[in-house]
Design a protein around this ligand. Structure first.
Ligand SMILES: [Fe+2]
Length: 234
């Protein structure tokens, strides 16, 4: 299989796509009835569809497709560009740190997104920093909170993914233990993470609808957290 991108549902796909395009300064074009925001390494396709009201619960309670994380090789510069452009970040100019991932951790910020899915811009600290021209340089990972990390790793390994970095982090701010695995394969990285000591429910009819791949035949798979995998014959 080869990763194509993601499908996001919206009652107003033109407006929702335009908001993301404007927020991250990425190109947007129509594709039939859909609207496609292009990021290197990922086609973000917005399709008309009704979605449930946002589900409010503690982070890590709902599982399934959750956030789009874009890559930066110079996160302070990305933050500066965001703020100059008027792209609001959840913590202002403060940069958060996710320790241990890829050995040396990852810095990240979260652009505010009102459309039922999460946004992140992140910089891997194990890779060399480099100057950038835009806010991001493409897709870095897809964030999927999961019900059971081992079960999710096993399911994605059957699809050809490999666990590249597996860590257990304790977050002091809310005393959460988060077990995380970065799964690499098929042209995409999936950040699967389990909030431990917590009941989990899949998102119901949410906006972040599916991961899309080109493969041998048309099929739709449902992952262990309710995530939908659309495969289209290449
Ligand atoms: Fe993430």
């Amino acid at each position: 299989m080869k990763f194509i991108g993601v499908r996001i549902l919206s009652p107003e796909p033109a407006e929702t796509a335009a908001r993301l395009s404007e927020k991250l300064q990425l190109p947007c074009e129509t594709a039939g009835d859909d609207y496609v925001v292009g990021a290197p390494g990922c086609e973000i396709r917005f399709t008309k569809g009704d979605i449930a009201a946002p589900q409010e619960a503690q982070e890590g309670y709902y599982v399934g497709l959750q956030h789009l994380a874009f890559n930066s090789t110079d996160l302070p510069a990305s933050v500066k560009l965001c703020l100059e452009h008027g792209t609001e970040l959840t913590n202002g100019e403060a940069i958060s740190y996710n320790p241990k991932i890829w050995g040396t951790g990852m810095n990240y910020v979260n652009p505010v997104c009102p459309d039922g899915y999460g946004l992140e811009i992140c910089q891997r600290l194990d890779l060399p920093a480099a100057p950038m021209r835009g806010m991001t340089c493409g897709m870095e990972h897809i964030g999927i909170p999961v019900r059971n990390l081992e079960e999710s790793i096993a399911w994605y390994e059957k699809l050809g993914f490999k666990a590249g970095s597996v860590v257990l982090n304790h977050r002091d701010s809310d005393n959460a233990d988060i077990h995380c695995a970065m799964l690499e394969g098929d042209g995409v990285i999936l950040e699967t993470y389990e909030f431990q000591h917590m009941d989990h429910e899949p998102f119901a009819n949410q906006s972040f609808h599916a991961l899309r791949f080109a493969g041998e035949k048309d099929e739709v798979l449902t992952g262990p957290n309710g995530e939908i995998i659309e495969v289209t014959a290449a």
